[in-house]
Design a protein around this ligand. Structure first.
Ligand code: CA
Length: 229
């Protein structure tokens, strides 16, 4: 049974979310205090976090960032300000989805199910035959070796495709340029690790909305790159 943590200070909303999720056979815990909730999310294993943006005393963004650094689970952020959604998205905090209050509980349940099934495909990948990787707006069809960004196909060279796929298959894992070079170019290698940098740049031009603020492939200064999930 999938276990979900809700961090929400408005108890009525939290209870409504809980009731609907339980009806869909999820196991749900509610935490109304932001700090306790964050601690819980970091110390226990949940399959998903539903996180209210505005919590007294703590910043929902902060919790999102901290949890994202340590835990590999989908995060849905709940916001009450419709207007801020674009801004929030732009911040690239690593949330998988954003939902605006008021929302219908069935919409929430639908989104929860969608994200959980996407995650299980992505993370627990050894016993399924699905050869597609979907992360936010990116869809990598491994079988056909095609990449779609927001539904639009982008043309990738062989190595660009291999590099993107390798990073996306190992989300939140930091790889050094040397490791990536070894992994993708291996024995046939002509050139050096600078090749990796050049390829990352080309991939970003195809997948990122703003290459100066990458939302997918992050540069970890002094170390290497990681694909942010
Ligand atoms: Ca709130």
């Amino acid at each position: 049974m999938n276990k979900i943590l809700i961090i929400e200070d408005e108890l009525a909303i939290a209870e409504l979310e809980k009731d609907y999720l339980e009806l869909s056979d999820f196991q749900v815990e509610v935490e109304t205090d932001g700090e306790t909730g964050a601690k819980k999310a970091l110390e226990n294993d949940y399959d998903m976090l539903i996180l209210d943006l505005l919590l007294p005393g703590v910043d929902g963004f902060d919790i999102c960032r901290k949890v994202r650094e340590k835990k590999d689970m989908p995060i849905i952020m709940v916001s009450s300000k419709n207007d801020d959604i674009d801004k929030i998205r732009g911040l690239g905090l690593g949330a998988d989805d954003y939902i605006t209050k008021p929302f219908s509980p069935s919409e929430l349940v639908a989104r929860v199910k969608a994200h959980l099934s996407r995650y299980s495909r992505l993370v627990g990948s050894n016993n399924n035959d699905n050869e597609c990787i979907e992360i936010r707006g990116i869809m990598i069809d491994k079988t056909a070796r095609r990449v779609f960004v927001d539904g639009q196909e982008k043309i990738f060279t062989t190595k660009e495709f291999d590099l993107l796929t390798f990073l996306a298959q190992n989300p939140n894992h930091v790889f050094t340029k040397e490791e990536l070079f070894q992994k993708i170019w291996g024995m046939e290698s002509v050139g050096d690790v600078a090749t990796v940098t050049v390829h990352i740049k080309k991939i970003r031009e195809k997948v990122e909305r703003d290459t100066s603020k990458p939302q997918y492939i992050e540069t970890i200064w002094g170390v290497g790159y990681r694909f942010k999930i």
